[in-house]
Write a protein that binds this ligand. Structure first.
Ligand code: ADP
Length: 583
């Protein structure tokens, strides 16, 4: 046990000693009151008053003196001293309230209990001192060394040996039973302190053994724990962080160096929504400031600490992904160059197969038609893949343009549904629409809007069982409403697709928007997916101020939601455009 714990333990003992003294003084005053009211006791009132007054002064002195105590040893010595003084005063109180006949002799139990809180040794020393004081008093009266308060009533029986033994036994038994129980309580207290210390040490070891930076805050966002790795990443000292609100400790910016609004900081987001936050290497635009050393991109996961259904704080784990980002960018650049080259041959194949399938080049026999048609379908898949790769590289390399115009999004959506109906019909899937609004005109980039809705509808068709139903909805929802487990933080136009298909396993939901990720239950039976569609949708929505989320249950079905801001998409011109779907 370290000295801090000793001090804490002792200060509890010290606290008990002080409280007990107040109790003794109150008992004495109470008995004085009873005496004046009922004349129950024979007191030497003037001596008792003097003694009480002195005791009060001594107590005040101790209270002031204790403030100066700094070390464990000083506290221990002071407690011994205080207990000795208590015994002396109690002896004086007992003497002035009748000596051997005093009903206040039970007060001796107080210092003995206090002693037992200090240590077993102290318990014995204080117990013995009490006995010596009490019997010293009785003996002094017996031998007429001091005058008994009850000179007139002192009966021999009080001094008989039997009486002495009985008194001693009562004092010894009560004090030792008390000491036993108090020691048990103290042991329990020590055990609790030990368990607490052990768990603190364990948590500290866990925090330090993690390779990522870890920051723990309370519900107000005040940092309560931070590990060395986090201090190293932020170039800060422990004292700079603990006890301070997270936003006062380090700055968060975008890649361009623009400060992130408080509500958009990962920790603050989780504190206000209670929902876990994480980003991915490719999509992150979160940069943390390293004190006096610029900023670095972070990969972060912020998890709420939920206590009795409320967010009691958060735990953030984050790492510097400068290197990962560079590698990722190099990969994207390679994909971009390669896809440009890859796009030319399939485009030629597409043209030629379409010409062959048309009757202009002469009639083909059935077998030839079948083979050319297969080539055309496979080639189409290749074009889709190359387009998806190109779109990803456009998203990741400097962004893509948003050319927003005032458009009727509902008619656009109806067009897309019409285009995709044959695909659904091939599987016998019936599309049901539910549009709660008549006309949703808002600034939109037509191609991007088509990419968004086409992706969700084709996914729903691809991952649905034959002859099932899809429900496509479009509605206007307001801030505060909960749609698909998400509490809306702004007004949205919400487009959603519900299917009764394969669903997504719970443990894979976190990764579903990650580039190239395909859920385990879909990979085998649907090998033709790219794992890029949702990533592209999420990225487009992120840039245009919207959001993508879903609810899903494996083997039951899924609903994917797209939330578009009421104000529509904001135009951005980067010179790079996203390829339209089904090109
Ligand atoms: P792709 O569909 O080309 O594989 P996406 O990025 O569109 O790529 O989707 C990623 C993964 O998410 C899919 O592979 C599939 O595992 C899962 N997924 C998407 N939509 C659904 C859905 N409606 N039902 C079940 N799983 C889905």
């Amino acid at each position: 046990m370290n000295s801090d714990t000793n001090l804490r333990d002792l200060s509890t003992t010290g606290g008990w000693v002080r409280n007990a003294r107040v109790a003794i003084i109150l008992i004495v005053i109470g008995s004085l009151f009873l005496r004046s009211k009922f004349d129950l006791f024979h007191y030497d009132t003037s001596t008792l008053l003097k003694v009480s007054f002195l005791y009060l002064l001594t107590s005040i002195f101790f209270a002031l003196f204790n403030k100066k105590i700094r070390t464990t040893n000083q506290e221990k010595l002071a407690t011994y001293f205080e207990l000795t003084v208590d015994i002396i005063f109690i002896t004086l109180i007992v003497y002035s309230t009748g000596g051997v006949q005093s009903r206040l002799a039970f007060l001796y139990i107080v210092p003995v209990l206090s002693g037992s809180l200090l240590s077993p040794f102290a318990s014995i020393i204080i117990g013995l001192s009490t006995l010596v004081a009490y019997f010293g008093l009785i003996y002094a009266e017996y031998t007429n060394f001091i005058t008994s308060v009850f000179t007139d009533t002192v009966a021999d029986e009080y001094f008989s040996k039997i009486q002495m033994i009985r008194q001693s036994l009562i004092v010894i038994i009560t004090t030792f039973i008390g000491a036993y129980y108090f020691n048990s309580i103290k042991k329990l207290n020590t055990q609790i302190v030990n368990i607490k210390e052990e768990s603190t040490a364990k948590s500290k070891a866990i925090l330090e053994s993690i390779g990522d930076g870890i920051i723990v805050t309370d519900r107000q966002g005040i940092i309560v724990e931070i590990n060395d790795k986090a201090l190293h990443l932020l170039n800060l000292d422990f004292e700079d962080c603990v006890g301070k609100p997270h936003h006062a400790v380090w700055n968060v910016t975008t890649q361009k160096g623009e400060p992130t609004l408080l509500l958009d900081r990962p920790i603050e987001k989780v504190l206000t929504t209670g929902v876990r936050f994480f980003n991915t290497t490719a999509t992150t635009d979160t940069y943390y400031e390293r004190k006096n050393m610029g900023t670095f991109p972070v990969l972060t996961t912020v998890t709420p600490v939920i206590l009795h259904d409320t967010t009691a704080g958060v735990v953030e784990s984050f790492r510097d992904i400068t290197t990962d980002k560079k590698v990722d960018e190099a990969k994207t650049e390679f994909i971009s160059i390669a896809s440009h080259q890859l796009k030319t041959p399939p485009t030629a194949i597409k043209l030629l197969t379409e010409r062959l399938l048309g009757s202009k080049m002469g009639e083909l026999n059935e077998k030839q038609k079948e083979y050319i048609s297969d080539i055309h379908t496979s080639n189409q898949r290749m074009i889709e893949l190359v387009n998806a790769l190109l779109n990803v590289s456009r998203i990741e390399l400097g962004g893509f343009s948003i050319q927003a115009k005032n458009l009727d999004s509902l008619s656009l959506l109806k067009n897309v549904i019409l285009e995709l109906t044959p695909l659904a019909e091939k599987k016998g899937i019936h599309i049901i629409t539910s549009f709660e609004v008549q006309n949703l005109t808002l600034p939109l980039d037509e191609t991007l809007f088509r990419v968004l809705v086409t992706n969700l509808i084709t996914n729903a068709i691809r991952y649905s069982h034959e002859s099932s139903e899809l429900v496509i909805s479009y509605a206007k929802n307001t801030q505060g409403e909960t749609i698909g487990d998400k509490k809306l933080t702004q007004d949205y136009h919400i487009f959603s697709v519900t299917d009764t298909g394969l669903g997504i396993p719970d443990d894979e939901k976190d990764k579903i928007f990650t580039k190239f990720y395909r859920a385990s239950n879909t990979k085998e039976n649907h090998p033709d997916g790219t794992g890029l569609g949702l990533y592209i949708v999420k990225s487009i929505l992120k840039k245009s101020g919207g959001d993508l989320w879903f609810i899903s249950k494996k083997d039951v079905g899924s609903t994917f939601y797209i939330g578009l801001p009421i104000s529509g998409m904001k135009s951005v011109d980067t010179g790079k455009i996203i390829s339209p779907p089904l090109e």
